[in-house]
Ligand binder design. Structure first.
Ligand SMILES: Cc1ncc(COP(=O)(O)O)c(C=O)c1O
Ligand SMILES: [Zn+2]
Length: 370
């Protein structure tokens, strides 16, 4: 018997666990993993939807270091600013946390071919872990995705399907292809297993920083998989008594694509207002888990802020030149947002802050003119 089921985080409806990316049939929310019985882990490790440890598809993801950023932290100024170097994951982004879990479950369920759509990092990650699991992957990508990300996806032997038009057209093409060919649609945006895999972020933060947990964690957010996973992990650690308080979780978006920031602040914003951004990883005009993200911000006392393109690129340069951290623009956006959160006194001078550096700089270099 399975130790998991799929559970709607919004209305609580459950259904037996499967590989479908289908949302809740009642309210339309993407589903989460629910545990029918958890193994005794003493609350130290995240419960996993994978049945057999031997079935895990892994490339050694996770356990990324947290480093102190003295120069940028001192300039803001903060009590302490740390970055968790998520780009040190096997394919260069935090996505490997979610992908390892999603592909392990897929392998366990006998999946041999799957479809995913991505602006780059999730596609590279799914490609790598699919190769590792012996699963054929079809990755649908925007035709104008960064060349380095496309090269990385192709390197794993994946079939790449470039699609012209807006990001939503890429998703629609992937879903249609999966349906026509009766393949699993392993969407990092919708899969309950992907969201579940990112929980390890919170478990590591607690293990690494133990007595010194940050008061705030600032995320660059598109679909919110890292923010949601981190919250779920912190929540489990709170329930098990391992921590006493969840850090305040904040959301940063580009001013050019800011559905969550607008919704958080009660402003009107629609996909028609979206413009191109250098932060391609968070260029999501209609996040499928929007309500869940807003709920997490509310529950943790977090906030949502939008940043200018010039500020994203400035922080990308500062991270590299002042701290030796070469992160992609999407990751730098979180640091640009941190500056605004300090300006607005939401994060106070002297506070202790953690920011995940989510993706490596070589994946998505800024245009030469910027
Ligand atoms: C480098 C990087 N950071 C952050 C994100 C945002 O992740 P999510 O869409 O799960 O919020 C992405 C997504 O592609 C990304 O590639
Ligand atoms: Zn529901």
């Amino acid at each position: 018997m399975s130790h998991i089921e799929l559970r709607c985080p919004k209305c609580g409806i459950t259904r037996p666990a499967d590989m479908s990316a289908e949302a809740c049939r009642d309210c339309g929310s993407p589903m989460d993993v629910g545990y029918l019985a958890t193994r005794d882990t003493k609350g130290d490790t995240a419960p996993s939807p994978v049945h057999e440890t031997s079935a895990r598809v892994t490339l050694g993801e996770g356990n990324t270091p947290c480093v102190i950023l003295n120069t940028i932290g001192g300039r803001l100024p903060l009590g302490r600013l740390r970055a968790k170097l998520e780009f040190l994951n096997p394919t260069g982004s935090f996505k490997d946390r979610g992908t390892a879990t999603m592909l392990s479950v897929a392998g366990e369920r006998g999946v041999t071919e799957l479809v995913e759509d991505s602006s780059g990092n999730a596609g590279a990650s799914v490609s790598a872990y699919a190769a590792r699991a012996g699963i054929k992957a079809h990755i649908f990508v925007p035709a104008d995705a960064p060349e380095a990300k496309l090269r990385q996806i192709r390197a794993y032997g994946t079939e790449v399907h470039p699609i012209a038009g807006p990001r939503e057209a890429v998703t629609a093409a992937a879903i249609a292809y999966a349906q026509q060919n009766a393949l699993v649609y392993a969407s990092h945006m919708l899969s309950p297993y992907f969201a579940e895999g990112t929980k390890t972020f919170a478990y590591e933060v607690v293990e690494q920083l133990e007595d010194d947990l940050p008061g705030h964690v600032v995320f660059p957010v598109g679909n919110g998989s890292l923010l949601i996973g981190a919250f779920n992990g912190f929540n489990e650690l709170l329930a098990s008594g391992r921590i006493e308080k969840i850090p305040r979780l904040h959301c940063v978006q580009s001013r050019n694509v800011m559905p969550l920031v607008a919704a958080f602040n009660g402003q009107k914003w629609g996909p028609e207002d979206a413009a191109k951004t250098v932060a391609g990883g968070i260029s999501i005009a209609a996040p499928s888990r929007q309500w869940q993200i807003l709920e997490i911000l509310r529950l943790t006392g977090g906030s949502a802020v939008a940043v200018e393109e010039s500020s994203i690129l400035k922080f990308q340069r500062d991270l590299a030149e002042d701290e030796g951290i070469f992160a992609e623009p999407t990751s730098a956006a979180a640091f640009a947002g941190l500056e605004i959160l300090v300006d607005q006194d939401i994060i106070q001078q002297g506070d202790d802050v953690l920011v995940p550096a989510t993706g490596f700089g070589l994946k998505d270099e800024p245009p030469p003119s910027s």
